[in-house]
Design a protein around this ligand. Structure first.
Ligand code: GDD
Ligand code: MN
Length: 384
């Protein structure tokens, strides 16, 4: 497959004003969010580590309040190998890395964190290995199993190992640290898979590994994960949800829209809640059946709405008074959904379809209805 790099410079119009420079070989892409204090130390560390390599660095900053992008611009003013890509109104480590990687002409792309937890001294070795062995990806792996994860809390290590195990299913490959945020990728390989990347959440490497349709030539370099020197980690509870989304996208997402799958999952948790409350009221509180069923329905619907608001429609999340408004729309949509459920199921049952199949079909129709109507009316994207 021919790439841009195969065309000689003479093919292009003579850019007379630009003086010839040796071509950039390596682009280091650094996603940043409130990392002001780390920029200078990182640049110094990179300059020290990459002495024999033509490199550039692209910081992809999501409009950090601490002025990270301005700090980079100040450095970039006198050094054309430093660049900043600032995104306004966007968030996300994966999408930032992807956009950074697309913003360079270098044939080799490294992604690393800004906080000096990733050992930049590994980069020349990774690059050499990629070139000699003609690899697509070289992963800098925190050898978690040997307890080499630096000052990582035990829970995080355990969570990472679990994530790794799960990722093996979607990646269909054996790597020791698919959760690593530090790796090198061949640019033409990257651009081949880029259009199909999910771009959600933190796990850009899992995304890359799971998206490639051809077998990937992978190398791994073990290293010691360092300690964050300045600022704090941005990984929080949201990351788990984002990871779930990415995994669904890369597995079931091939057949069903991921958002619908999450919506259905939330719905099934709602069923369990419904039955729990019903049992509690009916058996323990000795409430009449109809009252108990009504209370259970209302609670399960409210619970579903709230969970959908933070999980399924996180990107269109309703806040403030809009929550109340949305809740009302959700009730109405689901009530109509329940009527559809009843009429589909009962008409099938009357046509002698077996009871459980009639039940499932009713549920299926109402779920699709609920999903469709709520995505259009309850969680419509509002300009804020
Ligand atoms: N542009 C952008 N947008 N950058 C972000 C965002 C975002 O929304 N969130 C985080 N970053 C940047 C941070 O500024 C930092 O440079 C890098 O991404 C990693 O974020 P940390 O908050 O330091 O992550 P971590 O150290 O807890 O997690 C690291 O280890 C994980 C393995 O468990 C990262 O390398 C993860 O990628 C990795 O999966
Ligand atoms: Mn970090």
């Amino acid at each position: 497959m021919s790439t841009l790099f195969e065309q000689g410079p003479s093919d292009r119009a003579d850019a007379a004003s630009t003086r010839p420079e040796s071509p950039i070989e390596l682009a280091v892409v650094v996603p940043t969010y409130n990392e002001r204090g780390n920029i200078l130390p990182l640049l110094e560390a990179l300059a020290k580590a990459l002495t024999n390599i033509e490199w550039e660095v692209i910081f992809v900053d999501d409009h950090s309040a601490d002025g990270t992008a301005d700090v980079v611009r100040e450095m970039a003013h006198t050094n054309r190998n430093i660049r900043v890509l600032e995104r306004i109104g966007r968030r996300g480590l994966s999408s930032a890395s992807i956009e950074g990687m697309l913003a360079t002409a270098a044939p080799y792309l490294a992604v690393m964190d800004a906080d000096l937890q990733h050992d930049e001294k590994l980069l020349p070795r990774m690059l050499e290995r990629m070139k000699v062995k003609k690899l697509d990806i070289v992963i800098a792996s925190r050898s978690l199993r040997e307890g080499n994860a630096g000052e990582f809390p035990r829970d995080r290590v355990r969570l990472s190992l679990l994530g790794n195990r799960i990722s093996r299913f979607v990646c269909r490959c054996e790597v020791s640290d698919a959760m690593s945020g530090f790796f090198l990728v061949d640019a033409s390989f990257f651009r081949r898979v880029a259009p199909r990347l999910s771009g959600r959440g933190f796990k850009i490497l899992v995304d890359l590994l799971a998206t490639s349709q051809q077998p990937i030539r992978i190398g791994e370099e073990p290293y010691q994960f360092g300690e964050r020197r300045w600022g704090e980690s941005k990984l929080d509870i949201r990351v788990g949800a984002e990871y779930l989304y990415l995994l669904l996208d890369k597995s079931l997402g091939r057949v069903l829209p991921t958002r619908f799958v999450v919506f259905a999952l939330v719905g099934s948790i709602g069923v369990i809640i419904h039955l729990g409350i019903l049992a509690l009221l009916y058996y323990r509180a000795k409430t009449g059946f109809v009252e108990a069923q009504a209370a259970a329905t209302l609670s399960a619907m409210t619970f579903n709405f709230l969970l959908n608001n933070v999980l399924t429609f996180r990107d269109k999340r309703l806040r403030g008074w809009r929550v109340l408004n949305g809740l009302l729309t959700f009730y109405v949509a689901c009530a109509v959904g329940a009527l559809i459920n009843l009429s589909v199921a009962s008409s099938l049952f009357r046509s002698h379809v077996v009871w459980w199949l009639a039940g499932i079909c009713g549920l299926g129709f109402s779920s699709v209805w609920n999903y469709g109507v709520n995505s259009v009316f309850t969680w419509r994207r509002e300009k804020s």
